[in-house]
Design a protein. Structure first.
Length: 151
């Protein structure tokens, strides 16, 4: 609506937006919302259509506030289990209850380390204590995981 009122402004803005390039990958959707909101407000103010800028800012602000208050229910976690070979059947049978995706498995002479990605509902981590109680399990570690391996 803001750039359709003036053909010269619309062509200029299309040209300006086509050369915008992000040097780093934007990973958070909220950052993308903020960037497009800032661009839209700048275009609206440049075209002197202030009501669009004000009402759009209020709507986007309310949406950002509502989305930031929402809790993620299925948070991904990495479960790292170190166990001896005889405990493998028991460990795998307990992991089948979780719905997991195997990320890595390292086998040493008598020890196996397995890393799986799982999603927990309502932060229920009681299974970690149960898994560590299995005979032959040396270590069990549960780590929050956001999809990145590097910090």
């Amino acid at each position: 609506m803001t750039i359709s009122t003036n053909i010269v402004l619309s062509l200029g803005m299309v040209g300006a937006l086509s050369i915008v390039r992000f040097r780093t990958a934007v990973k958070d959707p909220m950052d993308i919302v903020y960037m497009f909101w800032a661009i839209s407000v700048g275009i609206a103010n440049g075209a002197e259509i202030y009501p669009v800028s004000v009402f759009g800012s209020l709507a986007v602000g309310a949406a950002i506030f509502w989305l930031s208050r929402r809790k993620v229910r299925d948070a991904p976690y990495l479960l790292i289990v170190k166990y001896e070979e005889p405990a493998q059947d028991e460990v795998l049978s307990r992991l089948r209850k979780l719905k997991y995706v195997l990320k890595s498995k390292t086998v040493h002479k008598q020890m196996t380390e397995m890393t799986v990605e799982t999603r927990l509902r309502d932060d229920n981590t009681a299974f970690v204590n149960e898994l560590s109680g299995v005979v032959g399990v040396r270590d069990v570690m549960l780590v929050s995981y956001n999809g990145d391996y590097a910090p």
